[in-house]
Design a protein around this ligand. Structure first.
Ligand code: HEC
Ligand code: HEC
Length: 354
C-alpha cells in the first residue's frame, strides 16, 4: 500500500514538474532585479544608486543593454558601436584625442569615461543631458558619430533573429523602440562601477601597505596644498559632477555649458570628470590638450589662467600658481595613478558579449 502511494506521488511529481518547466526554447518574461555591487565604504558617502522609477535595472535589462552597447547595428553602416569610442581597457573612454564618426568626421571634444555615472545627473562635457537614457539617444543619430536614423536601427534590431526575444525577457514586449534601446543601455551603464583601486584598499579598507610612500605624499597634496579635492571631491567618486571652469583659457574656444544654456555666465564651464582610472583615459581635458598627467599637474601648478571667464570660486586659491616643486608634482601624479582599478578594466561582466 505504502509502495503504491509513493509511486503515485512520484508520478504526480513528475507530471507537475513537466507541466511547470518551460520548454527548452520558450522565452519567459520574469525579470529579476539587478543587485548593484557598491562597497559599504562608498555607500557611506554616496548612498544607493538612484534609478529612474520607470527604468529599474533587472538582470535581463542589463544583459540586453550590454549587448546593445557593443552592437554595431546602432550605426548607419554597421561599423561602430558605443564601445568603439568607449573601450573597457581605457575605462570606457577613447584613447584618440578626437573620436572619428562612421563617415570619418572628427568630433571636437574628447570622449568621456563611463565610470560611476549612476551617480551623475548631467551628461556630456557641457551637461546638456539630464539622464543616461537621454544621453544614449544622441550618439546614434549624431552625424559625426554613429550617423544612423532611429527607425532604421529599430528595424534592423527587430528583424535580427535574436533581439525581439531579448527585449521580451527584459521588458515584456517584442516590439522594439528607441526608448527601450536607450533604457537597456542605461541599465548596463549604471552597472559600470569602479571602487577597487589601490587607493581604496589603502584609504577605505585599512590596508596601509597598498600605497607606497610617494603615493601617500601625493594623496596628502591632493587633499591639502594642491586643493584638488575641492572639485574632484573625496566622496569616493572624485567628482561632484558639477560644471566648473578650472581656468584653462582666458578666451575659451569651446563655450562649454554656455553652448547648452546660452548664458554668458556659463562660458568656459565643463563637467568635472572623475579621476578614477585616470591613468587609462589620456589624453586629458575636453579638448585633449594634455597628453600626460605630468602636463595636467604642471598646468594646475603654474598654468591656471586667472582671467578665464567665470573661473571657479576655488581657482583663485591657485593665485599666481601653486608652484609645486618637481618632486611634489611627481608625487601627485603617482597618487593619481593609484586610482586605477584593474578589476574594472578587465571585468568580464562588462566586456563584449558577442
Ligand atoms: C564616435 C565616438 C563615440 C561613439 C560611437 C559614442 N560616444 Fe559616447 N561620447 C563620445 C564623445 C566625444 C563624448 C563627449 C561629447 C560631448 O561632450 O559633447 C561622449 C560622451 C558620452 C557620455 C557622457 C559621459 C559623462 O560623464 O557625461 C556617455 C554616458 C556616453 N558618451 C555613452 C555613449 C553610448 C551609450 C554610446 C552608444 C549609444 C556612445 N556613447 C557612443 C564619443 C562617442
Ligand atoms: C575648480 C575645480 C577644479 C579643481 C580645484 C581641480 N580640477 Fe581638475 N578638472 C576640473 C574640471 C572642470 C575639469 C575638466 C575641464 C575641461 O576639460 O574643460 C578637470 C579636469 C581634470 C583632469 C582631466 C580629466 C579628463 O578626463 O580629461 C585631471 C587629470 C584633473 N582635472 C586633475 C586635477 C588635479 C590633480 C587637481 C589638483 C591639482 C585638480 N584637477 C583641481 C575641475 C577642477
Amino acid at each position: 500500500m505504502k509502495k503504491i502511494l509513493l509511486l503515485s506521488c512520484i508520478t504526480a511529481g513528475i507530471v507537475v514538474m513537466h507541466a511547470c518547466k518551460p520548454k527548452k526554447d520558450e522565452v519567459v518574461y520574469s525579470p529579476v532585479n539587478y543587485n548593484f555591487s557598491i562597497p559599504d565604504f562608498a555607500k557611506k558617502y554616496i548612498g544607493e544608486i538612484k534609478q529612474p522609477s520607470d527604468n529599474i535595472a533587472t538582470v535581463e535589462g542589463v544583459a540586453l543593454g550590454r549587448k546593445l552597447f557593443y552592437e554595431k547595428m546602432l550605426s548607419n553602416d554597421n561599423s561602430m558601436s558605443c564601445a568603439t569610442c568607449h573601450k573597457q581597457e581605457n575605462a570606457f573612454d577613447d584613447p584618440r584625442p578626437f573620436s572619428k564618426g562612421t563617415n570619418g568626421a572628427l568630433g571636437n571634444r574628447n570622449a568621456m569615461t563611463v565610470t560611476n555615472l549612476a551617480f551623475s545627473q548631467q551628461f556630456f562635457w557641457d551637461g546638456r543631458r539630464a539622464t543616461l537614457e537621454g544621453q544614449a539617444h544622441d550618439p546614434v543619430t549624431n552625424p559625426i558619430e554613429m550617423a544612423a536614423m532611429w527607425p532604421d536601427v529599430v528595424a534592423r534590431l527587430q528583424s535580427s533573429g535574436i533581439y525581439p526575444d531579448l527585449f521580451y525577457k527584459a521588458f515584456g514586449t517584442r516590439t522594439i523602440d528607441s526608448n527601450l534601446v536607450t533604457r537597456a543601455i542605461a541599465q548596463f551603464e549604471r552597472t559600470l562601477l569602479s571602487f577597487n583601486s589601490l587607493f581604496d584598499k589603502y584609504y577605505y579598507q585599512g590596508d596601509s601597505s597598498a600605497l607606497n610612500a610617494q603615493e601617500i605624499r601625493g594623496l596628502a597634496l591632493f587633499t591639502g596644498k594642491a586643493l584638488c579635492n575641492t572639485c574632484h571631491v573625496m566622496n569616493t567618486l572624485f567628482t561632484d559632477h558639477a560644471l566648473r571652469n578650472n581656468g584653462l583659457d582666458n578666451d575659451p574656444a569651446d563655450a562649454g555649458l554656455m553652448s547648452f544654456t546660452g548664458l554668458s555666465t556659463d562660458r568656459g564651464k565643463f563637467k568635472v570628470p572623475t579621476l578614477r582610472n585616470i591613468a587609462q583615459t589620456a589624453p586629458y581635458m575636453h579638448d585633449s590638450r594634455f597628453a600626460t598627467l605630468e602636463q595636467v599637474v604642471n598646468f594646475y601648478s603654474s598654468g591656471v589662467k586667472q582671467g578665464s571667464p567665470n573661473i571657479d570660486e576655488h581657482m583663485p586659491d591657485f593665485g599666481s600658481g601653486l608652484n609645486l616643486t618637481a618632486s611634489e608634482q611627481a608625487d601627485l601624479v603617482a597618487f593619481l595613478k593609484s586610482l586605477t582599478d584593474k578589476d574594472f578594466l578587465t571585468n568580464t561582466a562588462f566586456s563584449d558579449p558577442n
